[in-house]
Design a protein around this ligand. Sequence first.
Ligand code: ZN
Ligand code: ZN
Length: 297
Amino acid sequence: MSEWPSVATTVVITGTGTPVPSPDRAGPGVLVMVDDLALQFDVGRSTVQRLAGAGLWPTEVDAVFLTHHHSDHVVGLADLVMTRWIMDRTDDVPALPILAPEGPTAHFASSVLAGWEADIDIRRLHSGRGTAPAVDVVSFPTPTEPTEIWSTDGVRVLATGVRHEPVTGAVGYRIETPDGVVAISGDTRVCDEVASLARDADVLIHEAMRFEPIEALPPHRRFILDYHADTRLLGQLAEDANVGTLVLTHLLPVPETEADEQKFANDVRAGGFTGRLIMANDLDTISLGGRRRRPGP
Ligand SMILES: [Zn+2]
Ligand SMILES: [Zn+2]
């Protein structure tokens, strides 16, 4: 046995939902862990609950990355920021770094504590604490090609604009670690921008919508066809981008049976994808495999 510990990048799907309420699906979110580093991508409904399910204390989240300002992707942010402070046993947890595209998403992140002042005041007064919850919002212009927006030792995060119009400033992310590459689409149509983010990725987590049942809806409910990902085209994108594992999440319409779910998989296969396919459930965990690292001093 080597004395070097085995470490690996782990991806936990913290939420597979949409705006549609579901007892089994938290709002959108993906946790990427590399050793002790914990990066959370989007913070949908009940994210703090799912992080607890993954064994992660709120204070252990090192940074948050937001894809866009649609409520289903950010509604859990105040919960995370407040709970992180309330549960801080050391009273020295730093401001939470939040990476967000410039515009409404960064604005939302910067104002996430608005309305909580009275609660913060009374908790501080009652407990005699010297700290207050805080965020450190780092905004970036929406890139038109994969561009590094954050890095630390051995790990870097790239972003690029995706196609979620009329929402502008929506981005997807590519996380490069010593173990491989994870790509996250955010909400988007199938597009070349995600193809470039996902090039040769070990794991691509992509939103998915079956167009056929949506096209059958009354006209006033078909608008979501404008800005979500057609499963048939998605299979081709993932194959062409040489993706190892494709994880489907944020499924629309929400599948009610296994047969419904199978139709998403059938579409992706018909589109040409030959890799590993996962229909995500909350807390699904994917490992990018181990490597051996020399222990620190
Ligand atoms: Zn969404
Ligand atoms: Zn959206």
